[in-house]
Design a binder for this molecule. Structure first.
Ligand code: SAH
Length: 347
C-alpha cells in the first residue's frame, strides 16, 4: 500500500528518511521540496540521492488538491475553488485579495455537523474531518497560483466549512506547519481560527501558547435565540462561550473577534444591540458584523443598510469595537458551502 507523504511534518519526514538508512538532514531537504518548492514528484528532488528518490517513489505518493470547479468575482478580487482530494471529497477554499494582502479561507472538514440554520456548509451533514495535509494542500494550491504573479498567501483564516475545534489535532498540526520555515514561515499572528464555540477546546487552544487570533461565532446576544440559530448553544451556552473568549484574550493577549451575522428582523434590534454590549463589556474583543449572505435553502434576509450602520454605531458608541465586514465575492456566492452544494446537487 502506498502512503501519502504530503502533510507529514519535519519530525515525521526525518523518520521516513532515517528508516531508509539516510541521515537526518535529508528529512529537511525533503520537507523543503514538498512545502517550499511544491514538488509534484520525487524525481524532481535533485539534491536527494537517486536511490532515496526511487525508494520514496516506491512507497509514497504526493497527494495534493485537485481543482474541480472555480469561480472568480467580477472585480477579480475574490476567487473560490472547489478542491478535491484522493477519495473524491471536495471542500471550498477562497482567496480574497485584500488591501493588506492575500487572505485565504480554508476549510477544516468536508461538510459540517454543527447544524447552524443559516449556513450552507451543514445542509448535507458532515462527511469527514480533513487531515493537516489536506488543509495544507488547500493553502499550497493557492500559494502556487499566487507565486506565478510573484505573490504569496499572507493571512489564513480557518473559517471555511467545518468546525476546526472538532478537528483539533489536525488543525493544530496544520497551524504549526504553516509557521515552520520549511513551509510558509507564517507568523501565528496572521492566522485566525473561527469556532462556533466549542468551550473546552477554546481553553485547550489557549494553553498552546500560540498567538493565533480566535474568532467566535456569536450571532445572538441571548440563549434562546442563539440555540435556535446554532444548536451548539444548547451544549455550550453563551455565558460559557463568552467567558472562554475572555480567558483566551487574557491568556494570549490577543483580541478576540466575535462574529455576528446580521439577519433582518431576527437579531438586529436595539434591545439586542444593548444585550450584546452588556455581554462583551470590559473584554479585549471586537465585533465583526456580517450582513448575512442569503442562502438559497433558507429564508433569511439582510437588514437594510441604515439598520446595519445603526447597529454598528450603537456598539461603537458604547465602547465596543465593531466593524462591518466588507462584502467580497457576493456575485460568486462566497458564503460557506454554496459552491459545493451546487456541485453535489448537480450530480
Ligand atoms: N464552524 C466555524 C467556522 C466555519 S463558519 C464557526 O462557526 O465559526 C465561518 C463563519 O461564517 C461563521 O461565523 C459562520 O457563522 C459564518 N456564516 C455561515 N453561514 C453564513 C451566511 N449565510 N452568511 C454569513 N456568514 C455565514
Amino acid at each position: 500500500m502506498m502512503e501519502n507523504i504530503f502533510g507529514k511534518n519535519l519530525p515525521e519526514l526525518t523518520e521516513v528518511v532515517q528508516a531508509m538508512g539516510l541521515p537526518k538532514f535529508r528529512g529537511k531537504q525533503l520537507a523543503e521540496w514538498l512545502y517550499k518548492k511544491s514538488a509534484a514528484d520525487f524525481h524532481s528532488m535533485n539534491n536527494l540521492p537517486k536511490g532515496l528518490r526511487e525508494k520514496l517513489a516506491e512507497s509514497y505518493t504526493i497527494e495534493r488538491a485537485v481543482p474541480s470547479a472555480q469561480l472568480h468575482s467580477a472585480d477579480g478580487k475574490t476567487s473560490k475553488f472547489l478542491l478535491s482530494f484522493a477519495d473524491g471529497a471536495g471542500v471550498e477554499t477562497v482567496l480574497m485579495r485584500q488591501p493588506y494582502g492575500n487572505s485565504i479561507c480554508v476549510s477544516s472538514q468536508v461538510g459540517c455537523s454543527m447544524g447552524c440554520c443559516f449556513c450552507a456548509s451543514t445542509l448535507h451533514g458532515m462527511v469527514r474531518s480533513l487531515t493537516a495535509g489536506e488543509m495544507l494542500a488547500q493553502t499550497m494550491y493557492i500559494n502556487d497560483l499566487l507565486a506565478e504573479e510573484g505573490q504569496k498567501v499572507d493571512t489564513v483564516v480557518i473559517m471555511g466549512s467545518g468546525e476546526p475545534l472538532l478537528n483539533y489535532e489536525n488543525v493544530l498540526k496544520y497551524i504549526r506547519m504553516l509557521h515552520e520555515d520549511y513551509c510558509l514561515g507564517m507568523s501565528y499572528r496572521s492566522i485566525t481560527l473561527s469556532t462556533s464555540g466549542i468551550v473546552p477546546n477554546i481553553y485547550r487552544l489557549a494553553q498552546e501558547e500560540l498567538p493565533v487570533t480566535l474568532s467566535i461565532s456569536l450571532h445572538a446576544p441571548e440563549d434562546a435565540l442563539r440555540s435556535e440559530l446554532m444548536p451548539v448553544n444548547m451544549k455550550y451556552p453563551l455565558a460559557e462561550v463568552v467567558k472562554a473568549g475572555r480567558e483566551y484574550g487574557e491568556l494570549t493577549h490577543r483580541r478576540v473577534t466575535y462574529e455576528y451575522i446580521l439577519i433582518d428582523g431576527v437579531n438586529d434590534n436595539l434591545r439586542q444591540a444593548k444585550e450584546l454590549t452588556a455581554l462583551l463589556r470590559g473584554q479585549l474583543a471586537s465585533v465583526n458584523l456580517i450582513p448575512i449572505n442569503p442562502v438559497a435553502e433558507r429564508n433569511w434576509q439582510r437588514p437594510a443598510p441604515e439598520r446595519i450602520s445603526f447597529f454598528a454605531r450603537y456598539l461603537t458608541d458604547h465602547h465596543i469595537t465593531a466593524t462591518v465586514r466588507r462584502e467580497m465575492g457576493n456575485d460568486i456566492q462566497a458564503a460557506c458551502g454554496q459552491l459545493r452544494n451546487k456541485h453535489l446537487e448537480s450530480r
